[in-house]
Design a protein around this ligand. Structure first.
Ligand SMILES: [Zn+2]
Length: 295
């Protein structure tokens, strides 16, 4: 298996419906790549590219009024295609209060999902606000990981008012730094290089042992040079591969990273080893390999 892709949007019609209020703008930005497709085609992409996927549910209902791509539907992907989908990322709108906390418990305990993904600008919430601390407290207790969008977002880009989306909620300091400090056993993965606050994100990742980075959504050509530098040095054990599929095909993204000329071993850490260790994926990977062998 070539790589673990920790950041995948399974863009079926139901998924597209759950992001209906901003999908047209995203489609413009990604030149049509976010068009809905049958799940079999998505599975075929990952089999062709020899990658396994940690897919993400979608729930920004409270902020947008859209439908939800439910955590149960996400868990069904792993059940139906165990050779491709590792237990992935639930999504629970942070504004759902007590019902949201119950849904988080359901997603982790009953469905076996690995963690919960947040998109603070789209979900319109400041993650370090004490109002949301019960969420981080619960996730820490459950031993679940958090995948949290960091830096600017393509969603709303170029639209009047950026569709009302506020980028500040995706800033590493204070948000990720405060959560990491106040919940030291919470396993936090910052999604994307955090641009234009990449230096802040690097500082937080170096300073906080419980925070790592996924480099999804940015080809190596565009990834800020400071992070490209540190992912081969100080952060070589803390950066993991993600494509942000379907914006990028995982295989093509891997090809581009391999052409960067990194020292031997760095690519292995980036593609597989860091995610396996940081997210505790050993058993899940063994199951996927066994399912693959049985195909
Ligand atoms: Zn994404």
């Amino acid at each position: 298996m070539r790589a673990i892709d920790v950041h995948v949007h399974p863009q079926t019609q139901a998924y597209a419906d759950a992001s209906a209020s901003f999908l047209p703008a995203a489609m413009k930005m990604f030149r049509g790549k976010f068009a809905a497709r049958p799940v079999e085609e998505i599975v075929a992409d990952f089999r062709r590219d020899d990658c396994v996927a940690m897919a993400i549910a979608w729930d920004s209902a409270a902020g947008t009024g859209d439908s939800v791509f439910a955590n149960d539907a996400l868990a069904a992907l792993t059940r139906d295609y165990p050779d491709v989908f590792l237990p992935g990322w639930a999504m629970v709108d942070p504004w759902r209060g007590k019902a949201g906390l119950a849904e988080i418990e359901h997603a982790i305990r009953d469905l076996g999902l690995r963690g919960v993904k947040y998109q603070p600008p789209v979900q319109a919430f400041p993650p370090s606000d004490k109002h949301f601390y019960p969420i981080w407290d619960l996730l820490q207790d459950l031993g679940a990981a958090v995948l949290i969008h960091c830096g600017t977002t393509a969603i709303g880009a170029g639209e009047p008012g950026g569709l009302g989306i506020k980028l500040e909620y995706a800033r590493p300091i204070p948000h990720l730094d405060s959560i990491a400090a106040d919940f030291p056993k919470l396993n936090i993965i910052a999604a994307h290089p955090g641009w234009p606050w990449t230096e802040e994100l690097i500082a937080v990742a170096i300073h906080k042992g419980n925070l790592s980075i996924d480099i999804s959504g940015w080809g190596p050509k565009y990834l800020p040079a400071s992070l490209k530098h540190d992912m081969q040095r100080r952060l070589q054990d803390k950066v993991m591969f993600g494509s942000d599929y379907p914006g990028w095909a995982p295989g093509q993204n891997c090809d581009e990273w391999e052409m960067e000329g990194f020292k031997p071993g760095i690519i292995d850490k980036l593609f597989r080893d860091n995610a396996t260790r940081i997210l505790g994926l050993g058993d899940a990977l063994a199951k996927a390999e066994a399912a693959r062998a049985a195909l």
